[in-house]
Design a protein around this ligand. Structure first.
Ligand SMILES: Nc1ncnc2c1ncn2[C@@H]1O[C@H](COP(=O)(O)OP(=O)(O)OP(=O)(O)O)[C@@H](O)[C@H]1O
Length: 676
């Protein structure tokens, strides 16, 4: 174990000198710094607690986990303390930066196989350790694999980790929707039966592809599409022309990890014995091959930021362009779920047409492609026909018209099928307020998804985002609610580059001081991306995913009608048609729930008047925030907890109901068989 841990790192910001920023994630900025009394270079992760006040639990968890874990391949915190409204987490400085940064700056096409084997071997050792100690990392990806100057590899970022031995709410959190879409296992998206450490194995497989290609599969797509593709398509693999250079062992390893059925995935321990790792070398090898000659981390980070800023400027005019948008998301690490109606419409428009079967989707998607091609051809002809306004359109056009609707309908059904596969969160968001009934259960059978199975007749597909990191953490609310576990008062969301902050409505205070100044600048830069939830809109956010919860008075209501215009591509309209009713339903539902929450908050506020002292006493040491803020936070927690308990109960009930229905069905069919 690391002897450095025996040193006592001071718990006072004045004992540290902050240097340049070397990284940023969804919730924090990371700086190189000097610990003055120990004369040691460290990394300090600075989180603005005021902006994360809906996620204190996650932060606390991250810090606790980082403090407790003691393993060479896992990044451990030296110490943590609050400084003003910031939380500082002091860690060993990993001068090589993350694998993602290294790839972005020097290896855009990915690493060579021996490098990948070495990196993955170290990461897998970390996973074996974590799993053996009951932790699920839940965010394995190149951006969280850090290297020090000697090539030592550490898995970082416990912001969304979960403990498998947890009980109560924390246990339930494993049924929540957490992770970054491109790396997220299908079962995490589906939330049918919760998930376990096998979710990390999926992410590990995606990370293997990321290291091999320089980006994760589907990295260019928006999050919603990533989810659909992961659930619908066959798992990605190393089966393309460009992958010929990789060994059979590597291909096998990836295929072993990327099996949709988590039960069929190996444990981390078993995976460690895979013959692919025979080519893994010592960490010095990494220092020699990929770190030598690299610019200092701060410089590389600055260069990436500059590139990113350039891209933003270039893209500004093309902002509406879908590919540019998703590329921008990728570059900036935004993987926000955004249920703003307009955005959703444009996302829906992305789902079909030309890019469903893409270069990464070979033969197995041909059927689907043919169908879509037919649809497109028909749509184009129809558009041409419509443009002529001709009553005596040729018979062919009439046939096409029929075909268009026929195919359009199929297409719509495909989408519906996909949506049904999200039994809770995204499902409800998109499909509407499902009350689980027998039909839903039938529809949500995983078999429905397996149109083009490759492995185990399955179908799925992941994707990425550069500074990656999109986490959504929501509780399941089978009744159709999108209420998050960290739901707060009406707030507005400020999209700040790759993070979104909940801010009290109308409050514009941001941190202009100290190390977060740069963030302020970035906010300004990113204004075009601010997710305008406008008046009355309220919203939630958790880590990497953002759900914009539309208020009934939200601006999008006026545009909610799926008007089929001859000037807009017909297939887009079909997709919109599929989604819009669901959205309207969500709007209504969330309106009701919002009222409930407000009532709860009022109630909590009233009782807090009586309990001010005890609430304040309950504040953790870690967060030495001013009393007013603390009280507010505690109240929020109480409300959230109440909401979670209700949600969990409803959830449990629904689960039992589903089980009953399934059992009933089985019994009936058995009885039928017996009768025959
Ligand atoms: N100890 C460290 N030494 C050097 N760089 C680091 C260190 N810790 C983090 N970084 C850099 O900062 C980036 C962001 O850090 P981190 O992932 O912990 O933040 P975060 O907000 O929790 O991110 P996310 O939740 O998006 O993964 C990392 O991707 C990495 O490049």
């Amino acid at each position: 174990m690391e002897h450095v841990l025996e040193k006592r790192f001071p718990l006072n910001a004045e004992d540290y000198t902050l240097y340049e920023e070397v990284g940023e994630g969804v919730s924090a900025s990371v700086y190189r710094a000097l610990c003055v009394p120990l004369n040691e270079i460290v990394a300090i992760k600075v989180l603005d607690l005021e902006k994360c006040n809906n996620d204190l639990d996650g932060i606390r968890r991250e810090v606790q986990t980082m403090n407790l874990i003691d393993y060479p391949n896992v990044l451990r915190a030296h110490c943590s303390f609050t400084a003003g409204h910031n939380l500082w987490v002091v860690m060993p400085y990993m001068a090589g930066g993350s694998c993602l940064h290294i790839m972005k700056s020097n290896y855009p096409e990915g690493f060579e196989e021996p490098v990948i084997a070495t990196l993955l071997h170290e990461v897998l050792k970390a996973l074996v350790y974590l799993h053996a100690h009951g932790h699920i990392h839940r965010d394995v990806k190149a951006g969280n694999i850090l290297l020090d100057s000697n090539g030592a590899v550490k898995l970082a970022d416990f912001g969304v980790s979960a403990c498998m031995f947890d009980t109560g709410d924390r246990q339930r959190s494993r049924n929540t929707f957490v992770g970054t879409p491109c790396w997220m296992a299908p079962e995490v998206m589906q939330q049918l039966h919760g998930y376990d450490f096998k979710a990390d194995i999926w992410s590990f497989g995606i990370t293997a592809l990321e290291l091999a290609h320089g980006h994760a599969p589907f990295s260019k797509y928006p999050p919603m599409k990533v989810l659909l593709m992961t659930l619908q398509n066959a798992p990605p693999g190393l089966d393309y022309e460009r992958d010929k250079k990789f060994s059979k062992a590597f291909k096998e390893l990836v295929a072993t990890c990327l099996v949709k059925d988590p039960k069929k995935r190996p444990s981390s321990e078993k995976l460690l014995k895979h013959h692919f790792f025979k080519q893994a070398r010592a960490s010095k090898y990494l220092a020699r091959t990929i770190l030598e000659g690299l610019a200092p981390l701060g410089d590389r980070f600055r260069m990436l930021k500059a590139k990113e800023a350039d891209l933003l400027v270039q893209n500004k005019a093309l902002y509406e362009d879908k590919d540019q948008l998703s590329q921008k998301e990728y570059i900036r690490g935004i993987s926000a779920w955004n249920f703003n109606l307009e955005d959703l419409k444009s996302q829906a428009a992305l789902i079909q047409d030309d890019d469903i079967p893409n270069a990464e989707e070979p033969q197995r998607d041909k059927k689907q492609k043919d169908r879509l091609d037919n649809f497109k051809v028909s749509a184009e002809r129809l558009s041409a026909g419509a443009a002529n306004h001709s009553d005596d359109a040729p018979t062919q056009d009439k046939e096409d018209l029929h075909l268009l609707f026929q195919d359009g309908f199929n297409n719509l059904q495909d989408l519906e099928g996909s949506l049904v596969s999200f039994p809770t969160k995204p499902l409800q968001a998109l499909k509407g307020c499902f009350d689980m009934c027998e039909d839903d259960i039938n529809n949500s059978s995983p078999r429905d998804l397996d149109h083009d199975g490759r492995i185990d007749n399955e179908s799925s597909r992941p994707s990425t985002s550069l500074q990656q990191n999109t986490t959504s953490q929501q509780k399941k609310f089978p009744s159709g609610s999108l209420l998050p576990d960290n739901f707060l008062f009406p707030k507005m969301v400020v999209t700040d580059g790759d993070r979104d902050y909940l801010q009290t409505k109308y409050s514009s205070e941001r941190n202009h001081s100290g190390p977060l100044q740069y963030r302020q600048k970035r906010d300004t830069n990113n204004l075009p991306l601010v997710d305008d939830t406008s008046d009355g809109a309220f919203f939630r956010r958790r880590g990497r995913f953002t759900l914009t919860d539309l208020s009934p008075m939200g601006p999008s209501n006026s545009t909610s009608g799926p008007v089929v215009s001859p000037t807009s591509p017909p297939n887009q309209n079909f997709m919109s048609t599929a989604i819009l009713p669901s959205l309207q339903c969500i709007l209504q539902h969330n309106g009701l729930q919002r009222e409930e929450i407000i009532k709860l908050i009022k109630y909590a506020e009233q009782s807090s008047g009586k309990n001010t002292e005890s609430v304040e006493a309950g504040t953790g040491d870690m967060l030495q925030a001013p009393p007013a803020t603390t009280r507010e936070r505690e109240l929020h927690f109480q409300v959230i907890q109440l909401q979670q308990s209700i949600g969990s109960l409803v959830e449990e009930l629904q689960r039992q109901k589903m089980k009953n229905v399934q059992l009933e069905k089985q019994l009936n069919s058995m009885a039928n068989r017996v009768e025959k």
